[in-house]
Ligand binder design. Structure first.
Ligand SMILES: Nc1ncnc2c1ncn2[C@@H]1O[C@H](COP(=O)(O)OP(=O)(O)OP(=O)(O)O)[C@@H](O)[C@H]1O
Ligand SMILES: [Mg+2]
Length: 161
């Protein structure tokens, strides 16, 4: 995944390049998700880090819209995982998975509902809210870390590859 061009590079001395930008309202978060979706590849696992209400689901909605998913993206807090099929895609990406581990008991619970059939698979893009809880399942996956935090101007979003 390549970072979008409008991101400001930071942390140049780090071995992990990071990029940030300010999103001043919900629409910008959605639009950023749309832009981001264009640089995603099958197998990418987007880990959305951020406190309650920072905009993780909003960003997911933008990504889904960019992937031409017509269904409304709802927060999977109670279902843990939502699968959206990508139809008529010119790419080999067929599935979009949205996982929210906020109420997850343990990693096994996610395994039991079939998450491993999708997580990191080459025909699937996966977005995870609260990824800290399932670190073990993310080993050896193509993880992109995205950090969202409140800022006086709205939200600050940081992308780490
Ligand atoms: N850039 C932004 N500036 C201001 N408000 C925003 C921005 N992006 C999203 N929001 C608003 O933040 C609120 C919370 O958004 P959202 O539900 O996406 O957060 P979340 O991180 O998924 O929350 P949770 O931790 O409960 O899952 C919404 O009211 C949304 O409109
Ligand atoms: Mg959410």
């Amino acid at each position: 995944m390549t970072p979008p061009p409008d991101f400001t590079p930071t942390g140049r001395n780090s071995s992990v390049p990071t990029f940030f930008m300010i999103l001043t309202n919900e629409k910008q978060t959605i639009n950023y998700g749309k832009t981001l979706s264009q640089s995603l590849q099958g197998g990418d696992v987007l880990c959305l880090h951020g406190n309650l209400g920072t905009g993780k689901t909003t960003l997911t909605k933008g990504i889904a819209r960019g992937l031409k998913i017509k269904e409304e993206i709802t927060s999977p807090t109670f279902t843990l995982m939502q699968l959206y099929k990508i139809k008529n895609s010119n790419t080999k990406i067929k599935n979009f998975i949205h996982i929210d581990t906020y109420r997850l008991k343990d990693e096994q619970e996610l395994i039991d509902i079939g998450a491993l059939d999708y997580l990191g698979e080459t025909d699937t893009i996966c977005v995870i809210e609260w990824p800290e809880k399932i670190k073990k399942l993310l080993q050896n996956k193509k993880v992109v870390n995205i950090f969202i935090e409140h800022s006086p101007k709205g939200r600050k979003i940081k992308l780490e590859k």
